[in-house]
Design a protein around this ligand. Structure first.
Ligand code: NAD
Length: 368
């Protein structure tokens, strides 16, 4: 398979973890006969320094022509006092908009060796492996009017969705559930909101197209409780923009480390932007301490959702799992009796696993 990948390392540890993702993808390409071409472009603070804007046209054009985009992270103290049009985050918001990314996917998985770092008891978080599918471009964050009225004495925000906007995110979630354990939880507030009633109707209509997926409807307040009392009961969760914003942050702390969490944002043509949930971590940038796993798992999501290379995605995820199982970890994690390594060594361990796995498969199929 031939694919063109745009890399936007951004700022701080973004550059370091992007290097790791590229090494892993290069190993996958070489071991499994794919051709991935990589093109680097600037975004965020690095783009402000070089081009005077957080999102140069050249970056947007390259992303629009790419098969997928990997993004590191943007921001840092150097640009904190810039005027708002020259803030690094403007680059991030701009590229999400330019690519029309309407679906945000956040997988959250409890790795066995790291469960002790969860704020929840190990027996509660154990077995958690869920995917939150959040609508990203509609709902109350974008509805108009959104304004102060009556000389500031009243205020209005608008929660608006079209049928089409709900259908496409619900379809995406059903499809994701088909590739996982076949359970979909649709989260809404249908006891109060008209938009939620329509959301629930659409999920019910769509159900017939995906008979192998079981569906449950949960109110958002109950979902927030269930996420901390029984997170392992979820497989795929689909919800509208604001509910998803809140629930995905709640869910992200379950596993105890920001350095482990990947994300994907997709548009209708399957092109996606893949990025770790964490930021540019200026406090550790340039020290070789960054945990590259969130970025590497984001690359795995790219293989799964943009390139439909499920086996290769799984190989990367297995590689991460097996390196952690062997006790290796970066400074942000603690594994009892484990061995702390830096960004480069962690990356090398993951790459070595991928290469060894393929070599052993070859030996098995060639000689036995
Ligand atoms: P952050 O995620 O960068 O860091 C929070 C803490 O987690 C820090 O102590 C950091 O060292 C640690 N951390 C984060 N990722 C890590 C990793 N991969 N390995 C090891 N440790 C890791 O959040 P912050 O400190 O609030 O923000 C720093 C900058 O990043 C700010 O400029 C902020 O605007 C920006 N930011 C960018 C994004 C993005 O690009 N998507 C997201 C969040 C924050």
């Amino acid at each position: 398979m031939k694919k063109r990948i745009v890399l936007l390392p951004g700022d701080g540890i973004g550059k370091e973890v992007m290097h790791s993702a590229k090494e892993v993808l290069t190993a996958i390409a070489e071991e499994y006969n794919h051709t991935f071409s990589f093109e680097n472009h600037e975004i965020g603070g690095a783009a402000i320094d070089q081009y005077g804007t957080p999102l140069p046209e050249t970056t947007v054009d390259a992303c629009k022509q790419a098969d997928a985009v990997l993004l590191g992270a943007v921001g840092g103290p150097k640009w904190d006092n810039n005027p708002s049009h020259l803030r690094p985050e403007r680059g991030l918001l701009g590229i999400r908009k330019a690519l029309d990314l309407y679906a945000n996917l956040r997988p959250i998985k409890g790795f066995k060796n790291l469960l002790h770092a969860s704020p929840l008891k190990e027996e509660i978080v154990s077995g958690s492996d869920l995917l939150i599918v959040r609508e990203l471009t509609g709902g109350i964050y974008f509805g108009t009017p959104s304004e102060r009225r009556d000389n500031g004495e009243s205020v209005v925000d608008t929660l608006a969705y079209t049928r089409r906007e709900i259908e496409r995110i619900v379809d995406k979630a059903f499809q994701a559930a088909q590739g996982r354990r076949g359970k979909l939880t649709s989260v809404d507030k249908a006891n109060v909101l008209e938009s939620s009633k329509m959301w629930r109707e659409i999920v019910e209509e769509k159900k017939a197209q995906y008979p192998e997926v079981s569906v449950e409807h949960v109110l958002v307040d109950a979902a927030a409780m269930k996420l901390i009392t029984n997170p392992a009961s979820f497989d795929v969760v689909v919800t509208e923009n604001m509910f998803g914003d809140i629930l995905s942050d709640e869910a992200s702390v379950l596993t105890g480390s920001l350095g482990m969490l990947p994300s994907a944002s997709l548009n209708e043509s399957g092109v996606g932007l893949y990025e770790p949930v964490h930021g540019s971590a200026p406090d550790i940038a340039g020290k070789g301490l960054a945990n590259p796993v969130a970025m590497i798992l984001s690359a795995a999501l790219m293989l799964r959702y943009s390139f439909e290379l499920e086996d290769e995605a799984k190989i990367i995820e297995d590689a991460v799992q097996s390196v952690l199982d062997a006790g290796y970890h970066t400074a942000d994690l603690q594994i009892p009796n484990g061995r702390q390594v830096g960004t480069e060594e962690m990356t090398k361990l993951i790459v070595d696993y991928i290469r060894t796995l393929n070599a052993s498969k070859c030996i098995a199929s060639c000689y036995y």
